[in-house]
Design a protein. Structure first.
Length: 481
């Protein structure tokens, strides 16, 4: 089949408009890659207060209408913006999305029930008869069930299929039973059938898994892992029951937006062939971080949400031993106050070795990818992970734990064959991590070997091209079903 696909990609965040994590990178770049392959894919996100003003100003008001969800009568504004060839829609409703926070709201069950319904209603209003609606994470988990229950009786919606991608199974959107009727306006039968219910609660993630035609997640290994109790976040039984329709496709990153040879966020540009700029990035980064400008010391970086998932307890537990090494350690992250405080404290204890930046700063992140030598990512679990892909692209060698997408993207350096693009360890064990870091540090001192490793890492290819092809193949397969 060669005909052009029509896809609506629905997400709760997307770059360059608004970002809190990896989902935004995916929603910002996958549609573009699919579009470049000749398909009509469009993006829709909520119009949050946090969307950068320049985009809000550029967007044109397309239309508005009212919609009823249970007893609620809601305004839906649809604003449209074309960004790099991809038509993007913003769903505007100030009472739901003009908030200080994207996700930390007491009525988030209502915000995202509203969003899913507004998206479905919008389709008919703009006359975009999508072949497939591609939903992402719990915020869009209610869309498939609403489509099936309330819309597929109309011919416009009858043939629309749904894909649901899990970016992180931990965040499920768990609410009381009353939400089924009050927020989603769905009949009790769904509760009785169990498709919306988990642990006696309404679970938006489970709804997406049960009611979508195909479920995907963001790496092959994670697709296997989530069928087990260790990684299944309580929903492993649902993953096993749906395993015939469960696929793992690794994420890519935009190689245009993340290119050390023309990235204007970094101090100096460089490439695989001309690495000199990378050393200048390191020097300037050290200067900005208040660390000694020493090229002989490896700079280890951590850029992360500061949450348990990221394996930070391993780092905290061996930080004193790590500081016995001749290294510098640059941290950028925000999250749980426990980790924020630990890292601030350790930076106070080792001011010449650690720089702790407890904030969210996308430009600084880029400077750190470019200026560091080693990128530490010892995650407890990792659906895909993008940070290790950015670090490869900028020649900062990843040290990762072998889980999820980290296992699928980082091959351990083999001293005999010279192959590999990073360092890995298997057990969730601080000493194993520490000895892997020590191995990397000692290799760093062998300049020729290290430079070869940096070049090989930079040559690893995790652009979207291959993964976009896999999604397209899957879309066709779904339409033929
Ligand atoms: P997750 O989605 O679980 O947070 P990923 O590795 O998939 O993890 O994606 C994280 C993204 O967020 C990367 O682009 C990373 O550079 C970015 N990031 C994380 N923390 C920060 C921060 N404090 N400042 C800037 N960027 C950050």
């Amino acid at each position: 089949m060669t005909e052009k696909l029509k896809i609506l990609f629905v997400a709760s965040e997307a770059t360059p408009f608004v970002k809190t994590g990896g989902l935004a990178d995916v929603a910002g770049s996958l549609p573009q890659a699919i579009k470049e392959m000749g398909h009509d894919i469009r993006l829709v996100i909520p119009e949050y207060r946090q969307i950068a003003l320049e985009y809000l100003q550029q967007a044109e008001h397309l239309l508005h209408f009212r919609t009823k969800l249970g007893w609620r009568d809601n305004y839906v504004g649809v604003n449209k913006l074309e960004n790099r060839g991809v038509i993007s829609y913003f769903i505007d409703n100030k009472s739901y999305f003009d908030r200080p926070n994207l996700y930390e709201n007491d009525d988030k069950h209502l915000q995202f029930a509203y969003f899913c319904q507004a998206v479905l209603e919008m389709l008919a209003q703009i006359d975009f008869k999508a072949d497939i609606i591609h939903c992402n994470d719990w915020q869009t988990g209610a869309l498939s069930i609403m489509l099936k229950e309330n819309y597929q009786k109309y011919s416009f919606y009858k043939d629309i299929k749904t894909v649901y991608t899990i970016h992180n199974l931990r965040y499920q959107g768990v609410f009381g039973r009353e939400v089924l009727q009050d927020a989603l306006s769905l009949p009790d039968k769904y509760w009785d059938l169990g498709v919306v219910r988990h642990d006696n609660c309404v679970n938006y993630m489970k709804m997406g898994i049960e009611m979508s035609d195909i479920v995907t997640t963001v790496s092959r290994t994670y697709a296997q892992e989530i069928k087990t109790p260790e990684f299944g976040e309580g929903l492993d039984y649902a993953m096993r029951m749906n395993s015939n329709d469960l696929y793992g496709i690794i994420n890519g990153i935009s190689y245009e937006d993340n290119n050390p040879s023309n990235d204007d966020r970094i101090y100096s540009n460089y490439s695989v062939e001309k690495l000199r700029g990378k050393y200048e990035n390191k020097r300037r980064l050290q200067e900005d971080m208040g660390l000694a400008q020493r090229s002989d010391l490896p700079v280890i970086a951590l850029i992360s949400r500061l949450v348990d998932q990221k394996g930070l307890d391993l780092i905290v537990s061996v930080i004193d031993k790590l500081m016995e090494e001749e290294i510098q350690f640059i941290i950028l992250g925000t999250g749980d106050s426990y980790y924020e405080e630990r890292f601030k404290e350790t930076a106070r204890s080792y001011p010449t070795k650690i720089a702790a930046n407890i904030k969210y700063d996308a430009t600084l992140a880029q400077k750190i990818y470019a200026g560091s030598d080693i990128f530490l990512m010892p995650s407890k679990y990792e659906p895909c992970g993008l940070s290790q892909l950015f670090s490869l692209r900028y020649g900062s060698i990843p040290i990762v734990r072998e889980t999820g997408g980290l296992k699928d993207t980082i091959q351990a350096y083999d001293e005999i064959s010279g192959e590999g693009n990073g360092f890995t360890f298997a057990s969730y064990d601080a000493n194993e991590m520490l000895s892997t870091i020590k191995r990397a540090i000692s290799l760093y001192q062998q300049k020729d070997i290290w430079t070869k490793l940096v070049r090989r890492a930079m040559k690893s290819n995790f652009s979207w091209k291959n993964s976009a092809k896999e999604y397209i193949k899957l879309y066709y397969k779904l339409l033929e079903k």
